[in-house]
Each structure stands twice: as C-alpha cells, then as structure tokens.
Design a protein around this ligand. Structure first.
Ligand code: CU
Length: 114
C-alpha cells in the first residue's frame, strides 16, 4: 500500500465523524446541556443558571423514585426509578422552580438567562 492510498483510506475512515460534525455546525444550534443529579433526596446543584435553549437532564441516583415537577406544571416527569433520566429544554428566560411530587420538601430551581 502506498503512502498516498493509506492516507486516502484514513480520510475515508474519518469521513463519517467529519460529516456529523459538519451537519451539527450547519444546524446553527450549539448543543447546550446541563445535568442535575437527584441524590440523597436532593437536587444537586439545587439552583442552576443556563442560557436559553439549554436542555437540562435530571438523573435519579437514589433507590427511591423521584419526580421533577415544575411549580407551574410547565414540565413534569414521570416517577423516575434509579438510573432513569428526564430532560427538558428551556427556551424562555425566567425562573423555573420545581420540586419532587413524591417528596415535596425536595426543591430546585432553573434560572434561564439570555
Ligand atoms: Cu422524591
């Protein structure tokens, strides 16, 4: 195999990831994501500030089920078992207080700031 054909082969192998990266750029929407852990009956971090368009993903690390429920009901997960996730994309600036409907003393807040 010549050096040239080897380079060509490597370029072809790399092509799928290059194409994927290019299409993400073309979409013009940078992936914005934040994570919140649900652990030991608390949301951690309890308050997060994100840019509009950010997808927040909660993951339940407890053995007990929990929910992610907006005070104004703008978002509401099902009961999440251990290891289950819930995601919501925040598009409008504002403050979104939420709680766990199974344990209402568990509270958190997402602040969306442009
Ligand atoms: Cu709970």
């Amino acid at each position: 195999m010549t050096l040239f054909s080897r380079a060509l082969l490597l370029a072809l192998l790399a092509a799928p990831s290059v194409t994927l990266a290019a299409s993400q750029v073309t979409a013009g929407v940078p992936a914005k994501s934040q994570s919140v852990a649900i652990k030991m009956f608390a949301f951690t971090p309890q308050v997060i500030t994100v840019a509009p368009g950010t997808t927040v993903t909660w993951t339940n690390a407890d053995e007990d089920p929990h929910t992610v429920t907006a005070n104004d009901k703008s978002f509401h997960s099902a009961a999440l078992d251990e290891g289950e996730k819930f995601s919501f994309t925040f598009t409008r600036p504002g403050e979104y207080a939420y709680f766990c409907s199974l344990h209402p003393h568990m509270t958190g807040k997402v602040i969306v700031k442009g």
